[in-house]
Design a protein around this ligand. Structure first.
Ligand SMILES: *Cc1c(COP(=O)(O)O)cnc(C)c1O
Length: 392
């Protein structure tokens, strides 16, 4: 099934089928993992559309079409990691260009912006993108991009995609949305006015914590050409087996996300009513500052929660080490539940003052709620909270 003729089909159907058709040689229903670096040509420049595997690869093509269909994009490009996809978008800029970014971006995004691309003369301003005035004030005549994450990491702040897109376009800048936390099952930024969507496919799209990958999705053909040129020129392409694993992952995306959302809502409400919990950040809670905006641009609230336990940082560390089902690990979006401490783990590369300014406190705990039985998850958290009290 090609991505152009599937517009009338539902999301789950496209997740299973888009970009994939039975192998013409054998009828194999699953897309073959073409372990090849080159293709035989009939005559110089006379070939079946495939010349070299960095440039074009059939398993990757299938994945690119599948992801484009899910984001409602005309074009998709896949990369070796989320960071490779992110870097490609910045590689399209030139020295002197400026980017307005959210101030609680993924730690690795902050790192590559400030420690790599800043050396090449691209400048970045980090602001609270939930504050439209702050975003507007950050523009300079050199601003080419606005870069947001919503829900953000790890505070689950919600940025109004439509409003930021309008603002960016009025200033002749493009809006990039890192849609990793929501996944296209819950939020499709291109339909809300964004120009570029980037993903770490390592997370919900893969869904099983067994592959690292990234993607860029766009509707604009000129932008697509530019990023495709960079995909080939810079060469951060994914391997064929990784593409296969991601194609397998997206088939169950809709089902998995439904369960992630259900479980996260149960866990968030449970934590909110727990006497040992100080604050809970989950956009599905009416108490969350971005709840109304989230309702206007997402079809569900996702599987990520962050919260603060009462007491000091040592207690938070004891708690996260005491879980039995929630595994203490970086990353998110897999079927299994994970627990982490952003200040020392995922966001360790952000200076402490910067972190505190963004509200990312030392005691903050982040959950990636998996698809296990919700009762087992809440019982595991209760047990760990009790153990953190007694120190046992
Ligand atoms: C993980 C992540 C990235 C980076 O992706 P990798 O696949 O680890 O390179 C970027 N953005 C967000 C929001 C992420 O969670």
């Amino acid at each position: 099934m090609s991505s152009s003729d599937d517009k009338d089909l539902g999301f789950s159907t496209r997740a299973v089928h888009a970009g994939q058709s039975p192998d013409p040689a054998t009828g194999a229903i699953m897309t073959p993992v073409y372990l090849t670096s080159t293709y035989v040509q009939e005559a110089p420049e006379k070939h079946k559309g495939f010349d070299y595997a960095r440039t074009v690869h059939p398993t990757r093509e299938a994945l690119q079409k599948n992801l484009a269909s899910l984001e409602g994009a005309a074009f998709g490009l896949c990369f070796a990691s989320g960071m490779a996809a992110t870097s490609t978008v910045i590689e399209a800029l030139s020295s002197g260009d400026h980017v307005v970014c959210g101030n609680d971006l993924y730690g690795g995004t902050y790192r590559v912006f400030t420690k790599v691309f800043a050396r090449f003369g691209v400048t970045f301003t980090f602001v609270d993108t939930t504050d439209l005035h702050a975003v507007e004030a950050a523009f300079t005549p050199q601003t080419k991009l606005v870069w947001i994450e919503t829900p953000s990491n790890p505070l689950l702040k919600i940025t109004d995609i439509r409003a930021i897109a309008k603002l960016a376009h009025a200033k002749k800048a493009k809006l990039v949305v890192d849609n990793t936390f929501a996944s296209p099952a819950l939020q499709r930024p291109l339909s809300l006015g964004a120009d570029v969507v980037v993903h770490s496919t390592t997370k919900y799209l893969g869904g099983h914590s067994d592959v690292v990958g990234g993607a860029i999705l766009v509707n604009d053909e000129a932008l697509h050409k530019e990023y495709k040129f960079l995909q080939n020129a810079v060469g951060a392409v994914p391997g064929p087996l990784d593409c296969f694993l991601l194609l397998r992952g997206t088939k169950t995306l809709a089902l998995r996300i439904e369960r992630h959302c259900q479980n996260a809502m149960i866990v968030a409400k449970h934590l909110l009513s727990h006497p040992e919990i100080a604050t809970v950040h989950y956009p599905g809670l009416p108490t969350h500052s971005g709840h109304e905006t989230a309702k206007g641009q997402m079809s569900g609230f996702g599987g990520m929660i962050s919260f603060e336990l009462k007491g000091d940082m040592e207690r938070a560390k004891r708690m996260i080490s005491s879980c039995e089902i929630f595994a203490l690990a970086e990353s998110l979006g897999g079927v299994e539940s994970l627990i982490g401490h952003p200040a020392s783990m995922t966001h360790g590369s952000i200076p402490r003052e910067e972190r505190l300014k963004a509200g990312l406190t030392d005691g903050l705990i982040r959950l990636s709620v998996g698809i296990e039985d919700a009762a087992d998850l809440t019982a595991d958290l209760d047990r760990a909270i009790n153990r953190s009290l007694t120190g046992k």
